[in-house]
Ligand binder design. Structure first.
Ligand code: PMT
Length: 408
């Protein structure tokens, strides 16, 4: 699908903040207009130090908006109407200061107010000195924004206006245009809501110890990202891992199996797809000690109770989503996985051989995908690529099932 088709008549609010890269926002505005989009530029006061309003006005055919309470504009399209008008808010370039203010939820100028007041997707393209980008404060702000579902596009690496080398360059306008096109392109799962679980769970024994497993979250996070790329709205319920959530995915961090169950049951309301990739602990300690357990005894007995099976529970919901499970097996892969698929009453299972450097923690994986009457072997490859292939099979099977249910 060409960008012209995707962007035709799309209403894009282009925020411009103060930075040397602001001049590139003018080129982006030109590309967006050429692709058929309606572009309304909103500049911060600092942006005015780098580029003039008239440049944007000439390109977009619309007066630039800057003041929060401008009597002329409030009478025509007030700031709340502008927030409602936007189908996408895209901030190019996004300065370190703007990212910090966005994170803090400040609304002391028009652009930050619009970001708070609008329900439209929000994308930011950071550009700043490489030390500012690497600063822990900026990192924390960006991570928090990503976790909130803000799409962070870039920055690129390379030579900077200040002479430094490193990350902090604005992505090129053509690349940003492509990302906008992708966002509006529906993808195979466009308009669908997906919930993914990933990572391990931790089952506490006492305030400092837990029972856990080796899941790194790599497989589940790759699935979440692949679903997002196919246009799905993705909620990722994740146990403790050291990965950043893919920008645009809504992250719900949890620790225990019980917390994961609660988060999943809330998230799956209205979902079309549930992919259970988490390595959920099957059992948890019957009792959690209030204080650190002392090593006074030679042996220690820990009583365990069974955790609820989250996947089975979701599959039994009256209006359930298409359910995909994973099976981690050390032997008899196909037989065990098919038995699990049937026992849990799910639509599809992706089985992987685990143990001795396989499945858990590593970057590569191989999957045997099984569904009613079908199977597909996906050979060993990076988890990111594997996830794309799995999502492609999922999309196919969901379409096939929808056709069976509604043959018109
Ligand atoms: O995270 P990585 O390091 O990348 O490793 C990836 C992985 C090996 C963890 C992943 O590919 C995988 O196999 N995940 C499922 C692991 C697992 O717990 O499998 P299982 O066979 O025990 O469980 C079967 C299915 O039921 C899984 O979809 C699981 O999420 C789900 N389940 C299990 C128990 C439970 N109480 N609730 C569940 O929902």
């Amino acid at each position: 699908m060409s960008n012209h088709f995707r962007l035709c008549a799309r209403r894009i609010l282009l925020g411009v903040t103060g930075g040397i890269a602001a001049y590139k926002a003018a080129e982006l505005a030109r590309l967006l207009v050429r692709a058929g989009a309606e572009v309304q530029v909103v500049m911060t006061e600092a942006a005015g130090a780098f580029i003039g309003e008239l440049t944007f006005q000439a390109i977009t055919g619309r007066p630039v908006r800057q003041a929060l309470f401008d009597p002329t504009h409030e009478a025509a399209m007030g700031h709340i109407e502008l927030a409602r008008w936007a189908e996408l808010i895209l901030v190019v370039p996004a300065s370190a200061d703007f990212l910090a203010r966005l994170h803090a939820g400040l609304a002391d100028d028009l652009l930050s107010t619009l970001c708070l007041a609008s329900e439209a997707p929000l994308a930011v393209a950071p550009a700043m000195n490489q030390n500012m980008w690497r600063h822990p404060a900026t990192t924390a702000n960006v991570e928090a924004l990503c976790a909130r579902g803000v799409r962070v596009w870039g920055p690129a690496e390379g030579e900077q206006a200040c002479g430094d080398q490193g990350p902090g360059r604005l992505l090129e306008p053509a690349e940003l245009l492509a990302r906008v096109g992708e966002l509006f392109g529906r993808g195979r799962l466009g308009g669908r809501k997906a919930v993914v679980t990933a990572g391990p769970t931790r089952e506490p024994l006492d305030p400092v110890r837990f029972l856990g497993n080796r899941s790194s979250g790599k497989m589940g996070y790759a699935v979440a990202e692949a679903l997002l790329r196919e246009g799905a709205e993705v909620i990722l319920v994740s146990g403790p891992v050291s990965l950043a959530a893919p920008p645009g995915v809504r992250l719900v961090p949890v620790e225990t199996a019980l917390a994961m169950r609660e988060a999943v049951l809330e998230a799956v309301a209205g979902a079309d797809l549930f992919v259970a990739c988490a390595a959920v602990a099957d059992y948890r300690p019957r009792e959690v000690a209030d204080h650190k357990i002392k090593k006074t005894e030679e042996t220690l007995q820990v009583g365990l109770v069974k955790n609820p099976d989250i996947l089975r529970e979701v599959a039994a919901l009256p209006d359930r989503p298409f359910c995909v499970g994973f099976a981690a097996e050390t032997e008899a892969l196909a037989g065990q996985a098919e038995a699990k698929r049937q026992a849990k009453g799910i639509d599809m299972i992706a089985a992987n051989q685990v143990g001795e450097g396989e499945g858990f923690e590593v970057d590569d994986n191989a999957l045997l995908v099984l569904w009613e009457g079908g199977r597909l072997e996906l050979p060993r490859q990076p988890k990111t690529r594997l996830a794309e292939r799995l999502v492609s099979v999922i999309a196919e099977r969901m379409d096939a099932q929808a056709t069976i249910e509604d043959p018109r």
